[in-house]
Ligand binder design. Sequence first.
Ligand code: MTE
Ligand code: MO
Length: 160
Amino acid sequence: MPFIQRILASLVVLTGLCLPVQAAEGATVLTVEGQFDGGRRSFSLAELEALGTQTFTTSTPWHDGKVTFEGVAFARLMEVLKAQGDTAEVTALNAYSIDVPVDDLVTNKAILALKRDGQYMPVSDKGPVFIIYPFDADPALNTEVHYSRSVWQVRSIALR
Ligand SMILES: Nc1nc2c(c(=O)[nH]1)N[C@H]1C(S)=C(S)[C@@H](COP(=O)(O)O)O[C@H]1N2
Ligand SMILES: [Mo]
């Protein structure tokens, strides 16, 4: 095969290999609706990360030892959207849903975690978005109330 054809063939193969990755990169992982301009916003992982992330290390009921989470502070999301609302109705991929007071998420510095120990979390590992509190920061967070508010596989948030 002539050199130029080989190059072109390689490009076709490479493009094919890259497409699924790109699709995954641009895919919506979180939809937020409620009282803010436009009323509805969808975010890909990259768009969430672009809001700025925070990192903390904590133990949780779901992991052995301490783990490090990186994600977007819930307060930052509210700030970016200029959203109003006292309650966040958080819904997961498995249709688990719970109403969480916005004030609780903000005051206790909950984050929409995107990475655990430096790695993106697959759906099979409580990802891609996991609302997590810095449990070690305050003993009062270590009750069923905040465990139930730690929603993994978050799909959408409605601010009401
Ligand atoms: N996506 C998702 N997150 C969830 C739940 C769920 O069913 N689905 N259960 C919640 C509740 S009510 C509690 S108490 C804890 C339970 O965690 P466990 O099932 O590991 O005990 O996770 C919370 N986060
Ligand atoms: Mo629970």
